[in-house]
Write a protein that binds this ligand. Structure first.
Ligand code: SAM
Length: 330
């Protein structure tokens, strides 16, 4: 472990930065973005030089894992350059990307050339009509082509599937899990988390890991735990009999893993979010634009990260309603 790595007030090493490079999106997933969503004015968004300066400061404080997300990160002009630049910062071991896959067919090769090695694609169904219902856009085949192109380009694939009661908790769950029989992908099922204005809808539509596992096992056979049942990042990993790929569950609501969380998030407006599901935030872009030195910004980052909350309070019925996940960067 890096000597400079920051430990928070609870002793957790914090070394993983997720950066939302935009808060806009070209899909409108019903469980993610409210219809009346307001986006950040362009002047309040981090410019490339500001984003890279902050990324370098985080790396100098022991952050070694970076993920670019959003909003939809492929909507940011110059994304490939950002991937290349962040990946070349000393100490950065890995840069990853989370995308809805709409632009992957065109971008996979340039992203690979820029140093990307793996990509997480969000896909909640394999049924084109259900995709249209969930996202508001009839674009399933475009995403699928993107995933296949990314794989052919040599990118390792993880699929992220949020399961929402009444939207994709039926045959979709087994259909997505079945992909791991023929593809060497890791498919991760994510419990719906409550955020912002949609938190009541999200709370009512939760499908737990236990229910998803039962649905999968009853149609595809037993799920064998891998990695001794330990977390792999934020997911617990399983395998179906004779599968080429793996199935993970990210169960932030029913089986929280806050005690092992090493992440903070830099939103597209340059504000640091200390916990996905708590409202604690610290503005970094304001001080940067006001002329703060690198040492001053490093001190601000260190003090802020140390104050990372111990965990979310969903089980106590407390939700952070100030942001949507698309603003924070999922
Ligand atoms: N646009 C990119 C994408 O689609 O992957 C990145 C941003 S998106 C907000 C990141 C992930 O957050 C997606 O997999 C999305 O399904 C997930 N997500 C959105 N709202 C969520 C919620 N309420 N609970 C859990 N995951 C959510």
């Amino acid at each position: 472990m890096c000597e400079r790595m920051i430990h928070d007030q609870f002793g957790r090493p914090i070394h993983y930065l997720r950066v939302a490079v935009t808060d806009t999106c070209n899909l409108r997933c019903r469980y993610c973005m409210p219809a009346d969503m307001r986006f950040c004015p362009p002047a309040r968004l981090m410019q490339d030089d500001e984003l890279l300066r902050l990324a370098r400061l985080f790396a100098s404080l022991g952050f070694n894992k970076f993920r670019l997300t959003g909003g939809e990160p492929t909507l940011r002009e110059g994304l490939t350059d950002l991937i290349r630049e962040v990946g070349s910062i000393p100490g950065v071991g890995e840069v990853a990307l989370t995308t809805n896959g709409l632009q992957l067919a065109e971008l996979a090769a340039p992203l690979r050339a820029a140093g990307l090695r793996r990509v997480n694609v969000s896909l909640d169904t394999t049924d084109p009509e259900a995709f249209h219902q969930i996202t508001g856009h009839d674009r399933f085949h475009q995403v699928w082509r993107g995933i296949e192109t990314a794989e052919a380009t040599g990118l390792r694939i993880k699929l992220n599937t949020v399961v929402v009661r009444g939207l994709n908790d039926g045959p979709d769950v087994a259909a997505i899990a079945r992909l791991t029989l023929s593809r060497p992908w890791q498919v991760r099922f994510i419990e719906l988390m409550p955020f912002g204005a949609l938190h009541e809808f999200q709370r009512d539509r939760l499908v737990t890991e236990a229910e998803m596992r039962q649905t999968i096992a009853s149609s595809l056979g037993p799920l064998t735990p891998l990695r001794d049942g330990q977390l792999d990042g934020e997911a617990r990993i399983f395998k179906l009999p004779d599968a080429r790929g793996e199935i993970g569950f990210i169960s932030s609501v029913s089986r929280p893993f806050c005690d092992q969380c090493g992440r903070v998030r830099l939103m597209a407006n340059g504000v640091l979010r200390l916990c996905l599901l708590r409202a604690d935030e610290v503005d970094l872009l304001g001080p940067l634009r006001a002329g703060a030195s690198d040492d001053e910004l490093r001190a601000l980052i260190t003090a802020s990260v140390r104050r990372k909350p111990s965990g979310h309070e969903i089980q106590e019925g407390r939700y952070a309603t100030n942001r949507t996940v698309s603003q924070i960067g999922g």
